[in-house]
Design a protein around this ligand. Sequence first.
Ligand code: AP5
Length: 220
Amino acid sequence: MQKTIIIFFGPPGSGKGTQAELLAKKTDWQKISTGDLLRSEVAAKTKLGKLADKYLKTGKLVPDRFIVEMVDNSLKKKSSGFIFDGYPRNLKQLKDLLLMFKKRIKKSAPIYAIEIAVSDKEVKQRLGQRRMCACGKVYHLLYNSPINEGICDICGGKLFTRNDDKPKVISHRLKVYHHDGQAVLDYWRVLGKLIKINGEQPIAKIHNDIMEKLRELKVI
Ligand code: AP5
């Protein structure tokens, strides 16, 4: 089966999750967010969750061997496409993903990485204002606020600040991103599969830019 693969790439807080969600709503492709999967494991206090918690709290990457297994287990075989948010983040994960695809996906399948380009300064501003719901819905106090303060529009749950949205942890996450991420970006760029999008625009405009690019490339 021909499956489309879209990989959202960018620094923490660049809007990968927000844009992956919007794209998933327009397609029938499965969205896989390694951050969300790990947070579910932490909430469920599984063995992986207990281990991952320490990494998430400090902004370090969870060891690759746990990630590859978690991603592999979460792929729905029948989905006509996959949208990855926050994976792969380093060369080892990229290698693992390519191996996973080799087993399941035709060589000719369309595969693109979308880089959402945002400055470190913007990242720090955004993450300071982010609020989350346990159902996974993400808000921003200024740009994407809930109808009722502190309450999720979708499920009525109480909104909270993510543990890793503290200034010190944000700085570390950015450091990890710049250190490990460049080689992954270079891989997609050299392959001619990188779509760079200006992430410092309104959410709806970024979504439109992405849709336009995917239409141009005849992916949708
Ligand atoms: P993860 O959850 O993936 O975090 P991240 O990559 O740091 O990215 P974020 O979720 O913080 O941001 P985002 O880019 O999705 O932005 P969002 O749409 O929320 O990972 C967390 C941790 O899990 C990692 O540190 C690591 O420990 C572990 N982990 C995860 N994946 C891993 C992997 N593959 N390997 C190993 N470890 C892994 O938007 C941010 C805010 O801005 C929101 O408030 C949003 O409403 C707002 N916003 C979005 N777009 C805009 C816009 N255009 N203008 C204004 N505001 C906007």
